[in-house]
Design a protein around this ligand. Structure first.
Ligand SMILES: [Zn+2]
Length: 284
């Protein structure tokens, strides 16, 4: 079982609170909607984005569970993992983009029927691959976490299931959906969710903006995740790299859960609390 675009759309529709705003921030290569859910109107603004990679849809399931849970606690007035949700709601504006790469998630979740022309196109472009085990990219074989303008490098020469940075930075509509929205709302902090590793990354190119160290420590203390430094291809072209580079504000990559991607969706029951605590600790 996988948390795909259809499940996400149904979950967004179900979030029927009048204090939750939904914004269409862009569309994928195949025309799927990329939505943002906004909760609260407080001064401190945090943007959380998930499912950049096809095999990592558990991150979308995690933020949607968090959004629903947060909204329910705002309404009930009950404590949310030891914090007052009502108070957080007043102080914070939380933007959540649950699925940056809906096409890639669908390719990884369902594969592609060989009768579909996209099947031969992708296999021709990217080489033979097992979509359900390997597909991380969007529907054009671009890895959306290598397509940002931060020491961008194509890394690979052409379309691939993973790690091809595209023809140029922000060449992909999914990337531009995120950068356009972020440039508009200018959040104080950005959190990009990936799987897996139980790790927190907080710097870009050896640089760490003011306040990022403290927040990373809080998140680590709440979740038990380790703060690490990126190496190799994980070190540039990513969403948090670009955010740090362009805004000089704290940007984080969080690798949730532990195991081999795709992590089974039922793992979320085990790891939800650590993720929720981590996200809450990043808010004011
Ligand atoms: Zn990832």
């Amino acid at each position: 079982m996988c948390y795909d675009y259809k499940t996400l759309t149904a979950d967004i529709d179900r979030l029927g609170y009048d204090f939750i705003e939904r914004t269409l921030i862009g569309k994928s290569v195949e025309g799927r909607e990329i939505n943002c859910i906004t909760i609260g109107g407080g001064r401190r603004t945090t943007l959380i984005a998930a499912a950049f990679h096809g095999l990592e849809s558990i991150t979308a399931a995690a933020v949607m569970r968090f959004a629903a849970d947060y909204a329910a606690h705002i309404t009930s007035g009950e404590m949310f993992f030891g914090k007052s949700a009502a108070r957080l709601f007043v102080r914070n504006t939380l933007h959540i983009v649950p699925m940056v790469n809906p096409d890639g998630v669908n390719i990884a979740a369902h594969g592609i029927d060989p009768s579909n022309p996209v099947h031969s196109e992708l296999i021709g472009m990217a080489g033979i691959c097992d979509f359900k085990r390997e597909w991380q990219a969007n529907a054009r074989g671009v890895d959306l976490n290598h397509n940002y303008d931060a020491r961008w490098d194509a890394i690979k020469e052409g379309p691939s299931p993973t790690k091809y940075g595209g023809e140029y930075p922000e060449s992909e509509p999914e990337t531009r959906a995120v950068t356009g929205f972020v440039r508009r709302v200018r959040p104080d902090a950005l959190i990009a969710l990936h799987s897996q590793g139980r790790e927190i990354y907080r710097d870009f190119n050896g640089y760490c903006p003011a306040g990022a160290r403290e927040t990373a420590h809080k998140m680590a203390a709440e979740s038990g995740y380790a703060v690490r430094h990126p190496t190799g291809t994980a070190a540039f072209g990513g969403c948090k790299d670009w955010f740090i580079h362009e805004f000089d504000r704290p940007g984080f990559t969080i690798e949730i859960g532990y195991g081999k991607n795709p992590l089974p969706l039922n793992m979320l029951d085990e790891i939800y609390e650590e993720i929720a605590r981590l996200l809450l600790s990043a808010m004011a």
